[in-house]
Structure formats: C-alpha cells, structure tokens
Design a protein around this ligand. Structure first.
Ligand code: SF4
Length: 197
C-alpha cells in the first residue's frame, strides 16, 4: 500500500522566512507534531484526525504545484516517510524544502533539496538531522549559548523575531551585533508583514 500523508492544507504564497524569503512557493502542511511550543502559530496542525489522508498520486492530482519551490511543513513533517512525496515532486522539477523542528532524523534518501531546522526549547534545542539553515525564535528566554553554529555554513543562522514583538526584535538585533563571529541574521516573518498565509 502506498504511503499516505495527513494533509492539513496546500496553499500558494511567498516564503516568509529564511534563505528563500520573498520567493513564491507552494506549501504542503502535514498534521501532527511531537512538541507543543508555547508560541506555536500552527496549532491547527496538531490534530491528525482533522487532516485528509492522501497518497502521492492524490496530492499531485489535487494541486498544481506551479511554483518552483515546494515547502513541506507542519506540524512536524519528519514524523512521516517523506521519500515518496519528495521524489514525486522532484520528478516534476520542483525544488523541495523541508521545515522541521530537528528532533527526528531526515534521511538523505528522501532527497530533500534544502532543510530548514528550527530547534525548539521544548526539545532542549536538540538537532538530530542535517541542516542547510537554522532558525531560532527569540523568545524572552533565548540565549546565544543554544546556537549550534557548526551545523551550517556561515551566514545561514536566523534569529527570528517572535510574533513581530518589539522586545524580541531588540533582543535579536542585540544578539546579532554582540556576536559578530557567528554571522547571525535577524529574521522576520515576511508573510505576516505582507498579511498573507
Ligand atoms: S515544533 Fe513547530 S509545529 Fe510543533 S509545536 Fe513547535 S512551533 Fe508548533
């Protein structure tokens, strides 16, 4: 039996965070997460029972995926074997990126083109997979000490402002400027500035 995925939603928007920020992308949001972050803005993806179970053929038949970039997100999509879905999208010519909290392995055999890891305090910032970029949410307790800079090539670590809060922005700017050797970047949620999904 072919792999089925709990799909919460598929939508077209612009990538709001990280290296591909501002580019058009199609997003596949899968249900379920192994963490419960206090500032989670995708809590609607927790409930697997509320998702629609679809196999790869059904997903590709239902949506066009016209954007060059496809972002697989959640929830925590690495809870599922993403290989069949990634390979089908890449066979169409899509560039497939993954957004993960980093707690689970991401096998190279899945063929993902770009892995964005956002380590979370809920997991003590553990990183159990490869990463092309790191994103840390700068909440009230965030410390530069949790950053694992050796996990990615320079200039691929984002300090994300929490929910556009001024105090989080000020903290992110301070950490970036006080730690020049780490070559950190302040990251905003462009999709929220643009008021899109
Ligand atoms: S890991 Fe992501 S989806 Fe899961 S609870 Fe935390 S912010 Fe929400």
């Amino acid at each position: 039996m072919s792999m089925r995925y709990p799909v919460i939603e598929v939508f077209t928007s612009v990538q709001g965070e990280g290296t591909f920020s501002g580019l058009g992308a199609d997003f596949i949001r899968l249900a379920g997460c192994n963490l419960r972050c206090s500032w989670c803005d995708t809590a609607h993806s927790y409930d697997v029972a509320a998702a629609t179970m679809l196999d790869v053929e059904e997903i590709l038949a239902k949506w066009q995926f016209d954007q060059p970039i496809v972002v697989i997100t959640g929830g925590e999509p690495s809870l599922y074997d993403l290989g069949p879905l990634v390979q089908a999208l890449k066979a169409r010519g899509n560039f497939v990126t993954l957004e993960t909290n980093g707690t689970n392995p991401v096998p190279a055999a899945w063929g993902i083109d770009w892995i964005t890891v956002s380590p979370k305090p809920d997991s003590d910032y553990v990183i159990n997979c490869c990463a092309n970029e790191l994103k840390y949410v700068v909440d009230d307790n965030f410390s530069v000490d949790v950053i694992q800079a050796d996990r990615v090539t320079p200039r691929h670590i984002y300090l994300q402002v929490e929910s556009c809060k001024p105090e989080s922005a000020a903290r992110a700017v301070r950490i970036v400027t006080e730690n020049p050797k780490l070559q950190l970047r302040v990251g905003i949620q462009l999709h929220k500035v643009l008021n899109v999904e």
